[in-house]
Design a protein. Structure first.
Lengths: 375, 362, 159
């Protein structure tokens, strides 16, 4: 690792094309600019430029109370909005040493896993579309609509809920929640093998992703890559196992690890995680205890002066929240360690030496959500 | 044999006598040329409109959605609306491009597909030109479109267009070999290159059934190679490079882009028509050997209907393949051709020659 | 010899994987019952959103044009980005004392992030989420709404 110096400007030699894969991508990843130095068809070097969607979320958090800043965290990694909310709530509950009811823990974990499935479904359809299989986009979205309907019934919004509040939930879930979730699990268990038939086993697809973008475990640890992208390189980094929260220490599930390290391994990890999430939900959905949907909290939350830290496993990796409080009702400093920021900068070492078409496959397999990088 | 299939040459013959009664023979020829040209222009335009609409509907049904359904009942006027929109767009002139070549490229592509259309047999007696080297002629003129693509990429004065055009050129030139060899298989079976002769030789059954396994292999190779020839389906890296750029026609707008777009769909029609003629019997109804009664019943369906059904069946196969599979990378594309399709086709030809010599086909 | 066998098995395995994919799209092509598109403008008459759907903030008025907003301003304090402005008035009540009454409850739909804090923290449950979602207008000023209807009064609970 010591020989690798991260450059921030490309100096081309004689026959190099320097092109921009500009801030507006035809693919769905968001506003990100890649400056690519090509020799013929091969990528020599690649520099990502970020900051096109920086909104100053961390600074805005300093002006809001702890209940008010939940809705800002939704908008960082909007595909795992629920986990973002939960991270902040866990920090606050830790600092105040509040005991949250069992019902809240069950519901939070079930919603986490539903959100994970929805996020992986959207990743799958965008990945297929980037590679040219345009029908996979519609199949993934069609199945995702079922989860979004469940969310709409309970919370009122499909994507950005801001439902988890410090102390518990904002209000109770809809009475139909349990029934609809079980119906969804039954439906999706039949549909997920279709994804394998359409894309995973396809020989054209396998030739496009096998052996592309190899990431060794050393590289993954060195760059701080977490989440399914790192688990594809046999790096065991699941926060749900290392530092469990919610009901994760009481349910049985496997941490999915693949040793391939290439794009296909990362793909298989995410598909297997969808199966595991369904298993987790099935273990919990029938046993939700009755009770309060929130603990008793003061209307104005003030954390005692000090520093607090907590991390959760979003659909893309490890999200960590670090709060410095000076005793007021707004945090003094709130820092988010987002998974996509670290996952992005490994792309240069993965894509060098491959062709342009492989660059698309690699950035699709890292599953980047750009607002999470820029916050 | 094919006695009660309606013969269009009675219709064309009566038009010819009617015209000869009115003017001298030189003028009759001229008028007939103009009439045939107009008929082809009309057919080209209508087929183009229909094929664009069909593609959108077919892909919509495969994707669990409805497709265009607002402009006209079931959305049948959607393509006309798109055409009007394209006609009204500004033709952006490119700085430092070669204006002659830039404007010439779409025309070359369109002219090549017209030339190929003229030689196909649409129904009994309905064929514009019946060369005795029909198959060879169609292959030759459809290869000319590569020139159009390369000129388009070069004259656009843009790096991305050039990359796309070079890739496309390499792809088309490679896959022509496989197309030629698979058509050659049926030429060996039927013993003639004349398209009407090939159709007549299928009067006791289509070659894909009579030629059993090797003809079927040739059919599969033909489908794959011709999909690559027309830059479609899993082989569209050169143009649907929407990952990076838009290929050789990036810099074209308005009516010139409409020409490229239309030429792509018409090439699909030509390739499908050629495949239907050579492998599936063209306008010949489904005959089985010597079952005279069955053949007579099949003859009641007009030959034009048979031709259209077979062509659209192959078009449906091509669309089905496009909307299911991801794209191949350029080096995988060339590997497929040179390491898989070409050796298989060559071995197949030798095998077929042996079969024809021994008489082991139906 | 082995490589020839491998060559042909590769080809057959490849073709069978392709056929598996074709079977799925073919199955959906011939079953128009699997179409999931809703024909939106035509089905507006029967379209029913979920009861908790967050379309906009409304202040429910009952049939006597009474609402529950006392003008306390708690929703304005809790709104994270200032989408609510409360304008109050001092009006003499039945005993002649001056008390605070809501004059205008201004709601900026263009800035609202639908976090729901105003609905949750209102002590008199005066606000709720409405289900109307067709908010497109030509003039941005139309997105600034006054939630209490003209001529409406606070509902006095029977003590």
């Amino acid at each position: 690792m010591s020989e690798e110096i991260i450059k921030d400007v490309i100096v081309g030699e004689n026959e190099d094309y320097i092109i921009n894969m500009g801030p507006q991508h035809p693919s769905t990843h968001g506003v990100l600019r890649f400056e690519v130095c090509l020799k013929g068809e091969t990528v020599k070097y690649l520099i990502p430029h970020i900051g096109y969607i920086h909104r100053g979320i961390e600074k805005m958090c300093e002006a809001n109370t702890y209940q008010q800043l939940i809705h800002l965290t939704d908008r960082m990694d909007y595909l795992s909005a629920h986990m973002n909310n939960e991270a902040v709530c866990l920090v606050v509950e830790d600092a105040l040493q509040v005991e949250i009811p069992e019902r809240v823990k069950y519901i939070r974990t079930i919603l986490d896993e539903l959100n994970r499935i929805a996020s992986h479904q959207l990743w799958w359809c965008a990945f297929g579309m980037d590679l040219g299989a345009l029908t996979s986009f519609f199949y993934g979205l069609r199945d995702r609509e079922h989860i979004l309907d469940i969310f709409e019934e309970s919370f009122g919004s499909r994507l950005l809920h801001s439902f988890v509040m410090p102390g518990g939930l904002m209000h109770d879930v809809h009475p139909n929640f349990q029934k609809r979730t079980k119906e969804f699990i039954k439906y999706f268990r039949k549909k997920l093998p279709e994804y394998d038939q359409l894309l995973t086993g396809n020989i054209i697809f396998q030739n496009r992703v096998k052996g592309i973008g190899f990431m060794s475990k050393k590289t993954a640890i060195g760059y701080g890559v977490t989440g399914p992208s790192a688990r594809g390189s046999n790096y065991s980094c699941d926060i749900r196992k290392i530092a469990p929260y919610g009901m994760y220490d009481k349910v049985q599930f496997n941490e999915i690890l693949e040793t391939g390290g290439d794009t296909f391994a990362r793909y298989k990890v995410r598909i297997a995680e969808m199966w595991e999430s369904m298993n987790i939900i099935e273990q919990l959905i029938d046993n939700i205890p009755e009770g309060d949907f929130t603990a008793k909290m003061k209307p104005i939350i003030k954390l005692p002066a000090g520093e607090y830290f907590r991390r959760v496993e979003t659909a893309r990796g490890e999200l960590a929240v670090y709060v410095v409080s000076d005793g007021n009702k707004t945090p003094f400093r709130m820092k988010f360690r987002t998974p996509n920021f670290s996952n992005l900068f490994v792309i240069n070492s993965l894509a060098s030496g491959h062709k342009i078409a492989d660059l698309i496959a690699i950035s699709g397999s890292l599953d980047l959500v750009i607002p999470d990088i820029d916050r | 044999m094919s006695s009660n299939i309606y013969d269009f040459s009675t219709l064309t013959g009566s038009i010819h006598t009617w015209l000869s009664g009115m003017m001298s023979s030189g003028w009759v020829n001229f008028t007939e040329l103009v009439l045939v040209g107009l008929a082809f222009l009309l057919m080209y335009a209508l087929l183009g409109l229909f094929l664009v609409y069909a593609e959108r509907k077919v892909c919509a049904f495969m994707q669990n959605r409805v497709g265009p359904n607002r402009v006209g009942k079931w959305g049948i006027f959607q393509t006309i609306a798109d055409l009007i929109k394209l006609l009204m767009k500004e033709l952006i002139p490119i700085r430092k491009s070669d204006p002659l070549l830039f404007n010439l490229a779409p025309f070359i592509v369109i002219i090549c597909s017209f030339l190929a259309l003229a030689a196909l047999p649409y129904a009994k007696g309905l064929q514009a030109i019946d060369f005795n080297i029909g198959v060879f002629y169609v292959m030759a003129v459809s290869s000319l479109s590569v020139v159009g693509i390369l000129i388009a990429g070069w004259s656009s004065n843009s790096k991305y267009s050039l990359i796309g055009a070079m890739r496309s050129g390499a792809q088309i030139v490679s896959y022509e070999l496989s197309v030629g060899l698979s058509l050659l298989a049926i030429v060996v079976f039927s013993g003639t290159m004349q398209l009407s002769g090939i159709v007549e030789s299928q009067a006791n059954g289509w070659w894909i059934f009579k030629g059993h396994i090797p003809a079927f292999i040739s059919f599969i190779v033909f489908l794959i190679a011709s999909t690559a020839e027309i830059n479609r389906g899993p082989f569209d890296l050169a143009e649907a490079e929407s990952e990076l750029t838009a290929g050789f026609h990036t810099e074209y707008s308005g009516i010139k882009f409409a020409f490229f777009f239309l030429a792509e769909y018409m090439n699909m029609f030509i390739v499908a028509a050629l495949g239907a003629t050579v492998f599936l019997g063209g306008w010949m109804p489904f005959h089985v050997g010597n079952w005279v009664g069955f053949n007579q019943i099949m003859d009641y369906i007009p030959s034009l209907v048979w031709f259209i059904v077979k062509t659209f069946f192959i078009i449906y196969l091509i669309m089905w393949i496009k909307w299911t599979f991801p794209r191949l990378r350029i080096d995988q594309l060339l590997t497929l051709e040179w390491k898989y399709l070409l050796p298989i086709s060559l071995v197949n030809i030798v095998f077929i020659a042996f079969i024809v010599l021994m008489g082991w086909h139906f | 010899m082995n490589s020839i066998i491998e060559y042909f098995t590769d080809i057959f395995k490849g073709i069978s994987s392709l056929c598996a994919g074709l079977r799925i799209t073919g199955k959906y092509f011939i079953s128009p019952g699997s179409i999931v598109t809703q024909q939106y403008p035509e089905n507006r008459a029967t379209l029913k959103m979920e009861e908790r759907f967050k379309g906009e903030i409304i202040m429910p008025h009952d049939e006597n044009n009474l609402h529950a907003c006392t003008g306390c301003g708690i929703c304005e304090m809790n709104c994270p980005n200032g989408s609510i402005e409360i304008i109050t008035d001092r009006v003499a009540n039945a005993e002649g004392k001056l008390e605070r009454v809501i004059d205008k409850h201004i709601y900026h739909l263009s800035m609202c992030t639908f976090c729901g804090l105003c609905v949750k923290t209102c002590p008199s449950d005066a606000l709720a989420f409405g289900q109307k979602f067709e908010h497109a207008v030509f003039d941005r000023n139309h997105l600034t709404k006054v939630l209490n209807q003209p001529g409406s009064k606070l509902r006095k609970e029977a003590k």
